[in-house]
Design a protein around this ligand. Structure first.
Ligand code: 5AD
Ligand code: SF4
Length: 584
């Protein structure tokens, strides 16, 4: 069977999509390789949120064009937001691409890939391959006659996104994509203790800078029964941490009467008001709608109660508006729900928030942060809420005063980390069409650095506040230091001990794959300090509040036995990005 190399760009939603398509391809017999050069099929799951992410893909495709001249049987696929946004224009610019699939059509990948492989194989007889191989590089013919191998699945017409999907009134159940989530493999090898579960696809917010509503389409909420079942299956496979995913998770709302049954898979459940030791949770929707809606608070509560094997339940991303007390109350009352919120402000200036169409003011954002902190402030259990945010600098019209207002917001909120992005106009978005990108790049860069430096000081202080505490850490794998050392040792062909001899990997957010992670300076120890391969192996895990903890396993413990487990760790020291601890 063909070997596949799959590279993922962008957000956690893309990471999940990649996991789902790879588990589907594995079921069909495809194997995967971590080395692009050894693959028969190269797939890029792309992101369009910022131009930078797209540029990386263009340059990878340029390299593949050269390679395809040497390896004409190679099949290249572009999946995800860039495929949807660019449409067939992408193939015009990069004829090397055989398969183009938007994020709303990923379930079609196996069929289209199979077609592309068969067509390519039939077009490339043995003779052609030999002939091409024997031809000198600079005389190789154009392989464009193989273009008929192309397979395309886009929800819209491409060309800067689509609104077709928006006009459809698909219930989640009728959405063929639902089958992709439902068919996910839950083997223990795939998860290493931690997994993402999608609750909502798409977005309806139309923030003026954002391409997501165009590429991922209208908001569709998955039926709660499916989500809970998926959590149960993951828990049975050893998953102890689940991260629920959606662009605006707190707006999750499933209307049961609208559910459609397909293949008997859906068992519509009536939403129920529920009671808890702290009293009845109020759902504002429910009051208006009767009892046939499952709200986000309901969903969290139901997963917590029905799947106790999940020791940590978290969710991203929250939208600052309409985050009801009912959700905060469920977080407070359910010990296995993490006290961690990723709730992007985007700016600390009301003028900018208005221009971004965010639908809240700075005062309203701060009111929410204060309310969340107050609700979850329980000194007796010492589980403080940690916050993460996103900020865009250099949005059209942003003045120095707006920028200072954002710096004030960072000082006031005190995120444990904040992702800071330079505004990048995205074709087809409202801001790109109507606003002039008038903040010069050097000003964007300066503001970006200003905020990064400020946030580093704040992150450092937040991290230090944990020194002396004993925290539960879910072990994800080798620290970045170890991964780098392992890669170096591999490149050098060195015979090494310790980390590089293990097969541990970082699950979830690979150190190098997340753009987010590169937005603040790294504090990983220098290459030299990691050079000694006789040093004890260093592991990485995360706390309930999503802080990274680095530690060495106790003497005599095989690090592989700790993977995906909770280890109680005493925090000895801290830096802006990491806590350093010792297992107790
Ligand atoms: N330019 C810069 N940053 C952007 N984001 C979304 N669109 C853009 C853009 N056009 C950022 C927002 C969002 C995060 C995922 O990416 O901060 O929360
Ligand atoms: Fe984009 Fe705004 Fe939707 Fe987030 S809420 S995905 S920033 S449109």
């Amino acid at each position: 069977m063909p070997r596949v190399y799959l590279e993922t760009f962008g957000c956690q939603m893309n990471e999940l999509d990649s996991q789902l398509v790879s588990s589907q391809l594995r079921t069909l017999g495809y194997t995967f390789t971590p080395e692009s050069d050894q693959a028969d099929v190269v797939l890029y799951n792309t992101c369009s949120v910022r131009e930078h992410a797209e540029q990386k893909v263009w340059s990878r495709l340029g390299e593949l064009a050269l390679r395809k001249a040497r390896q004409p049987a190679l099949v290249v696929g572009v999946l995800g937001c860039m495929a949807e946004r660019e449409g067939e224009a992408l193939i015009k610019r990069m004829p090397v691409v055989d398969v183009l699939i938007g994020p709303a059509e990923l379930d079609k990948l196996p069929g289209l890939l199979d077609n592309a492989l068969r067509t390519r194989a039939s077009l490339l007889s043995d003779e052609t391959v030999q002939e091409l191989a024997a031809t000198p590089e600079d005389e190789k013919p154009d392989v464009s006659r193989l273009r008929s191998a192309r397979q395309v699945a886009l929800h819209g017409a491409g060309s800067h996104g689509t609104t077709n999907r928006r006009s459809s009134t698909l219930a989640a159940a009728a959405d063929s994509l639902e089958l992709l989530d439902l068919s996910r493999a839950t083997s223990p090898d795939d998860h290493q203790g931690s997994a993402y579960v999608r609750i909502t696809r798409g977005c309806n917010k139309f923030c003026t800078y954002c391409v997501v509503p165009f590429t991922r389409g209208a908001e569709v909420h998955r039926p709660p029964g499916h989500i809970i079942d998926e959590c149960k299956r993951l828990a049975d496979a050893g998953v102890i941490e689940v991260t629920l995913l959606g662009q605006t998770v707190n707006h999750y709302r499933f209307e049961h009467d609208h559910a459609v049954t397909i293949d008997g898979l859906i068992q519509p459940q009536k939403g129920r008001a529920y009671t808890h030791k702290q009293g009845v949770h109020h759902d504002p929707y429910k009051l208006a709608k009767g009892e046939d809606v499952t709200s986000f608070a309901d969903l969290l509560f139901q997963i917590h109660e029905q799947v106790p094997a999940i020791k940590r339940l978290r969710f991203v991303t929250s939208f600052p508006r309409s985050f009801g007390d009912d959700i905060l109350q469920v977080i407070r009352d359910c010990p296995r729900i993490c006290r961690y919120l990723h709730v992007p402000a985007q700016s600390g200036s009301d003028t900018m928030l208005k221009a971004m169409n965010r639908g809240y003011t700075v005062a309203e954002y701060l009111e929410f942060i204060d309310r969340a902190r107050q609700f979850l402030h329980q000194p007796e259990i010492d589980r403080p809420l940690t916050l993460a945010g996103d900020i865009i600098v250099g949005f059209p019209g942003e003045t120095d005063a707006d920028h200072q207002a954002t710096a004030d917001l960072l000082r006031r909120v005190r995120y444990k980390n904040c992702f800071i992005f330079k505004y990048s106009p995205r074709p087809g978005t409202i801001a790109e069409k109507n606003l002039v990108d008038d903040v010069p790049d050097e000003v964007k860069r300066r503001r970006n650095n200003d905020l990064l430096n400020l946030q580093t000081v704040i992150s450092d202080e937040v991290s230090r506040s944990f020194v002396g505490q004993t925290l539960e850490v879910i072990v994800q794998g080798l620290s970045r230091r170890e991964q780098k050392a392992a890669r170096r040792a591999e490149t050098a062909g060195a015979c090494s001990t310790g980390a590089s001899g293990t097969s541990l990997t970082i699950h979830g957010k690979p150190a190098s794959a997340s753009e987010h992670e590169t937005t603040v300076p790294t504090d990983v120890p220098s290459a030299d300090s990691a050079a000694s391969r006789h040093a004890p192996v260093q592991l990485q895990g995360r706390t309930e509040g999503d802080l990274i903890v680095l530690f060495e396993p106790p003497v005599g413990v095989d690090p592989r036995d700790l993977l995906g487990r909770i280890v109680r760790t005493r925090i000895e020291s801290a830096s802006a990005l990491s806590l350093f601890g010792t297992p107790v």
